[in-house]
Design a protein around this ligand. Structure first.
Ligand SMILES: [Fe+2]
Length: 293
């Protein structure tokens, strides 16, 4: 059994874990402890772990699963990476406003791991907030305005934002314009906790409200969620592995600029089981709230 040393990273989220041996499989007692820890803290940082891609994938899948994973079915993608330096990269430029990956997809993603493969001084950080805690701490009057309401999630909502979008924010143009209608108080499929499930990068609008009403309410929610004291910023060090709960937490980054310090992160996405069919019954066509019908 690994001798783990654990310390909390901020009052809102995160724990740093030292002492893990990056070898598949992790012993059951250690795995159980780490699963409980990620359910509680949302984000685990393993400083200087330098995992191979197989261990990264194994650990990410194991930590956001209730049961042991099938090692024979582990799909390891060595070259899925985010970089402003290597030619192979997903989302290689721009700032990203807060979001959870795949909020708009029927097949979502429960967990994410990033490994600091190549980091030079001055590399941009990754920021996190705890959206489960944001729901728990939502002022009663604000909660009453969103309880029972749904939001329309899409692949890129940057064209919806007036006050949150900046010139350096990444705009993603997908061929298929999918949208998904999900509860604003979204029940986490594994932990059962309610999560405040809206984000400036991926939430198109609140269903049933006109554009101005929707934006005003969203901005009130975001002022609560992204208050500076709620944000944890991870400054990258080469060799770090971080794993987080992609439903309970949201993440963001400043502009990833090709002129900035090199930063290459190997990425693992843990696919989720199908969302509850009752939640995905309405899939609306892509259009702007402000467009004439
Ligand atoms: Fe992301």
């Amino acid at each position: 059994m690994s001798e783990l040393h654990i310390r909390e990273l901020s009052p809102q989220l995160g724990a740093e874990v030292s002492g893990l041996d990056p070898v598949v499989p992790v012993d059951p007692a250690t795995l159980a402890r780490l699963r409980a820890l990620i359910d509680d803290r949302g984000l685990l940082v393993f400083p200087g772990l330098r995992p191979e891609a197989r261990f990264q994938t194994y650990l990410a899948e194991s930590l956001v699963s209730k049961t042991d994973i099938d090692l024979d079915k582990l799909l390891v993608d060595e070259m899925h990476q985010v970089s402003n330096f290597d030619k192979i990269s997903a989302i290689p430029i721009g700032a990203l406003m807060f979001h959870s990956d795949t909020m708009w997809e029927i097949e979502g993603c429960t967990g994410i791991a990033l490994y600091g493969k190549h980091i030079e001084p001055g590399a941009i950080p990754t920021m996190f907030i705890n959206a489960a805690r944001a729901w728990d701490t939502l002022p009663a009057a604000l909660r009453a305005r969103v309880e029972g309401r749904f939001a329309i999630q899409c692949q890129d909502a940057t064209d919806q934002r007036r006050s949150y979008v900046q010139n350096d924010v990444l705009v993603v143009d997908f061929e298929v314009k999918e949208q998904l209608r999900l509860p604003i108080g979204y029940t986490h499929p594994r932990t059962g906790r309610k999560v405040l499930y809206v984000s400036p990068q991926l939430t198109h609008h609140i269903d049933g409200l006109d554009y101005d009403e929707s934006e005003t309410l969203l901005e009130e929610l975001w002022a609560h969620m992204y208050a500076p004291e709620n944000v944890y910023t991870h400054e990258w060090r080469e060799g770090d592995l971080i794993v987080w709960d992609n439903i309970a937490l949201q993440h963001a980054r400043p502009d990833l600029n090709s002129k900035g310090a090199p930063r290459t992160l190997r990425k693992t996405l843990v696919p989720s089981p199908m969302r509850d069919p009752a939640l995905m019954s309405i899939k609306v066509k892509y259009s702007r709230v402000g467009d004439a019908v």
